[in-house]
Design a protein around this ligand. Structure first.
Ligand code: PHE
Ligand code: ZN
Ligand code: ZN
Ligand code: ZN
Length: 294
C-alpha cells in the first residue's frame, strides 16, 4: 500500500564519482511494516519499550566488541539498502542507543527474512561506536571496492527517542551551512526523511552531517547516507519547544552519556515516529528499482 510519504521519495542518482548501485523513485509503494504503520497504533511501544530484564554485559573493548549483521534473502545484492544503529552504550544506553537498536530490530523482525523487495536490505548493529566508531569503520574498510559499490545507501539511527526530543535529520545537502554536503544522493535521503516526518505532522530541522556517528566511514568512501536524531547535549530553543513541545532551555537528552540513561529516559512518541520513518524510508528504497545510472 503506497502512502503519502512514499511518493515523496526521489531518485538517488550517482552521476558524480563512483556509482553506488541504483535507486529509483519509490512509486512502487511501501511494504507495510506491521506495528510501524501509523494505523497500527502504538505496538512498537510494547515491542521495543518494555524489555523484561536489562543485562549489562560489562566493559567492551575494541577487541571484544562485535558487529551483528543480517540481510534479507530477497532483493538485489548489488544495490543494497543498509540500515544501522550502534549497540554499545556508555552506561545502560537506552536513549543512546537502545532506541536506534530497538527500532532497527523491530523493523527487521516485522519485515521478515524474505520480504518482496527489489533491493536487499542489510541490518547492521554496530559495536564500539562510543569508543570511536570502530565497528562501522572496520566494517566499511573490510569491504572491497566492489562490495562498497554494491551499497546503494546507508541510513543511520543513533538516538531517536531523546526525552526532550528534537526532530532532526542529517543535513545531507549542506543547506544548513553547519557541514559539507554528503555524497551525491544524501540530499534526496534527507528529503525523504523530512517528508515522511512532515506526513506525520512534524516539521524537522537539519542537523550537522559532520561524522559524529556510524555513517562517517560510509560517507568517507562516497556512499550516500542519511539519518535521524532527536538530540543529545544541545539545548532546545524557544522556537523548537513551541513547534515540537518539550522544554526550552533543557538539553534534548539531559542524561546523555550518564548513568541515568535508563528505561525512563525515552520519549516513546519520538521513538515511534522515528521508527516508522526509518522503516518506511528503508523499505521504500528496498522497493525502488528504477535504473538511473544508465
Ligand atoms: N554518536 C553520538 C553518540 O553516540 C550521538 C550523536 C549522533 C551525536 C548524531 C550527534 C549526531 O554519543
Ligand atoms: Zn553516545
Ligand atoms: Zn550514540
Ligand atoms: Zn539540508
Amino acid at each position: 500500500a503506497a502512502d503519502a510519504g512514499a511518493a515523496a521519495l526521489l531518485v538517488v542518482n550517482n552521476t558524480e564519482g563512483p556509482v553506488h548501485g541504483t535507486l529509483g523513485d519509490a512509486d512502487a509503494g511501501v511494504i507495510p511494516v506491521a506495528g510501524l504503520d501509523p494505523a497500527d497504533g502504538d505496538a512498537l511501544f510494547d515491542a521495543a519499550g518494555t524489555p523484561a530484564t536489562l543485562e549489562l554485559l560489562g566493559e567492551a573493548t575494541v577487541d571484544t566488541s562485535r558487529n551483528v549483521l543480517a540481510q534479507t534473502s530477497t532483493g538485489r545484492t548489488d544495490n543494497v539498502v543498509v540500515v544501522g544503529a550502534h549497540l554499545d552504550a556508555v552506561y545502560a544506553g537506552i536513549s543512546d542507543n537502545g532506541t536506534g537498536s530497538a527500532a532497527l530490530l523491530e523493523t527487521a523482525l516485522r519485515l521478515g527474512a524474505a520480504p518482496e523487495v527489489n533491493n536487499a536490505i542489510r541490518f547492521a548493529w554496530w559495536g564500539a561506536e562510543e569508543l570511536g566508531l570502530h565497528g562501522s569503520t572496520q566494517y566499511v574498510r573490510s569491504l572491497d571496492a566492489e562490495q562498497q559499490l554494491d551499497i546503494a545507501l546507508y541510513l543511520n539511527l543513533d538516538m531517536i527517542g531523546s526525552p526532550n526530543p528534537g526532530y532532526f535529520v542529517y543535513d545531507g545537502d549542506g543547506s544548513d551551512g553547519s557541514s559539507e554536503p554528503g555524497p551525491h544522493g544524501s540530499a534526496q535521503i534527507e528529503r525523504a526523511l523530512v517528508d515522511h516526518l512532515a506526513a506525520q505532522g512534524i516539521e524537522a530541522e537539519g542537523t550537522a552531517f559532520d561524522g559524529r556517528s556510524d555513517y562517517r566511514e560510509f560517507v568517507a568512501v562516497g556512499i550516500p547516507a542519511g539519518g535521524l536524531f532527536t538530540g543529545a547535549e544541545g539545548e532546545m530553543t524557544e522556537e523548537q519547544a513551541a513547534k515540537w513541545g518539550g522544554t526550552a532551555g533543557d538539553a534534548y537528552d539531559p542524561h546523555y552519556h550518564q548513568p541515568e540513561d535508563d528505561l525512563d529516559n525515552v520519549d516513546r512518541r519520538a521513538l515511534l515516529v522515528n521508527a516508522r520513518t526509518a522503516a518506511h524510508v528503508a523499505t521504500a528504497y528496498g522497493l525502488s528499482t528504477r535504473e538511473v545510472n544508465g
